[in-house]
Design a protein around this ligand. Structure first.
Ligand SMILES: *Cc1c(COP(=O)(O)O)cnc(C)c1O
Length: 429
């Protein structure tokens, strides 16, 4: 490499890996091309112009940029309607608005994909939290645990829904920080069919975080009624500085809008403060940026796999999200890996991440994140709790060429500390 100090053997391995992943990269390019055309054609259909990139203040009535972007986002998500707003503070906030928008006291919700993502458990009030949780408002929570292989238990789901009246069935597409396989769109379709075959009126909601534009279709294309996600992940394209979206059936999106602002006012307000341009540019870039993140994940799986680490998914497995996990096996390796990755970040490359006791986690957590947007995980980042088996979850990469440097520097950092080495047999496959 011209500008970074990388061992010759690691450089040789990099060249082999780039050859090895060529078929996967071609596959990713085909998905990117399809999704990029989907987004571009929607922009053209809705005659996006300079007017849409303008600023609204105050109540934000009649903001043509905001209203048109919501039509475009709906089409991109295979849905009838959508809300896409910078005023959603996070993915969790967006999902919360959707849940409270649909569920009413006395309703029951069934989670089909085991224990949900950490920050969502408090929204449901699963562990008895009641300060404003759904539980506090009288919404009953049930979940169907995953099967031992980490896949949804379709038989139990079917019988639970056949015997009990559920207002909502909730699906989490991405694995989050678990080691279960991510749901592919085919699997989501199978789940939606199973739900509707026994309980036609149950609303199917999907936590779509990290899944947008990874495949050609989205959950609402295959039977989901509602989905939601974060703009500092896939659909913000690394450009949206904050925000979230909800997409789905028109009458459900209207209910969410009433909860997002106020009943009777709904989506008609919400000043965009000059962020329209970034949300448009971000959505426009999203298919490509997701492709770059997927290439980074595939490359990481291949190179770390060649070095003998356990990775998930494997480099040639079908993917449903942009996350890659790697089991580094020791505390030292995990710290060295994250510190090396940080050295390759475009922002804050000179800081050294250290493990810290993050609120809500039992073990110290280490994070490598040198991003233009704080907390953005569509930008290259890696983190994980410092406990056996010392697995790091990595995701993102705004462009593959830069993200590859981050990954190589992470490996180089482990080599420098004598924690791994490129064996001759790693080069022969
Ligand atoms: C990121 C994520 C969320 C939302 O997290 P925020 O940090 O609040 O944006 C929810 N579910 C899953 C599966 C996620 O990956």
């Amino acid at each position: 490499m011209n500008f970074f100090k990388i061992d010759e053997k690691l450089e040789a391995l990099d060249k082999r890996i780039i050859e090895k992943v060529r078929p996967q990269f071609e596959y990713i390019d085909a998905i990117t091309e399809y999704n990029q055309q989907k987004v571009l054609s929607s922009f053209i259909k809705h005659k996006v112009s300079a007017v849409h990139l303008g600023v609204s203040t105050g109540y934000g009535y009649d903001d043509p940029g905001r209203d048109t972007l919501e039509k475009i986002m709906a089409e991109c998500m295979g849905a009838e309607d959508s809300l896409i707003r910078h005023s959603f503070a996070s993915g969790t906030h967006t999902l919360t608005v959707a849940l409270f928008g649909i569920l009413r006291p006395g309703d029951k919700v069934l989670v089909l994909t085991g224990r949900p993502y950490d920050t969502i458990t408090g929204v449901f009030g699963i562990d008895g939290e009641s300060d404003g949780s759904l539980r506090d408002f009288g919404v009953e929570y049930h979940e169907i645990p995953l099967l031992p292989d980490g896949t949804p238990d379709i038989n139990s789901i079917r019988s639970e829904l056949a015997w009990n009246n559920y207002k909502m069935a909730y699906i989490q597409r991405s694995r989050g920080y678990s080691l279960r396989p991510t749901l592919t769109i085919d699997k989501i379709e199978e789940l939606c069919k199973a739900v509707k075959s026994v309980s036609r009126d149950t609303v199917i909601m999907v936590d779509n975080c990290y899944g947008e534009f990874v495949e050609k279709l989205e959950p609402c294309d295959v039977g989901a009624d509602l989905c939601a996600g974060s703009l500092i992940k896939n659909p913000g394209g690394g450009i949206a500085p904050t925000g979230g979206y909800i997409a789905g059936k028109k009458e459900l999106v209207e209910k969410c809008a009433a909860r997002m602002t106020c009943p009777g006012v709904g989506r008609e307000v919400g000043a965009t403060l000059g962020l329209n341009r970034e949300l448009y540019l971000g959505l426009f870039s999203a298919p490509h940026v997701v492709g770059e993140s997927l290439k980074t994940a595939v490359y990481s799986a291949a190179i770390l796999g060649a070095l003998g680490y356990e990775v998930s998914p494997e480099y040639d497995e079908k993917r449903g999200d942009i996350i890659e996990s790697v089991t580094l096996g020791s505390r030292d390796a995990m710290v060295a890996f994250c510190q090396g990755m940080q050295m390759g970040a475009p922002v804050d490359s000179f800081v050294t991440p250290e493990p810290w006791n993050m609120p809500g986690y039992d073990d110290p957590v280490i994070m490598a994140a040198g991003a233009f947007t704080l907390g953005s995980s569509i930008e290259l980042s890696a983190d994980g709790p410092l406990r056996p088996p010392y697995a790091a979850w990595m995701q993102g990469g705004l462009n593959f060429h830069s993200a590859k440097c981050g990954v190589l520097l992470a490996i180089q950092s482990m080599i420098d500390k004598g924690l791994t080495r490129v064996r001759p047999q790693s080069l022969n496959f």
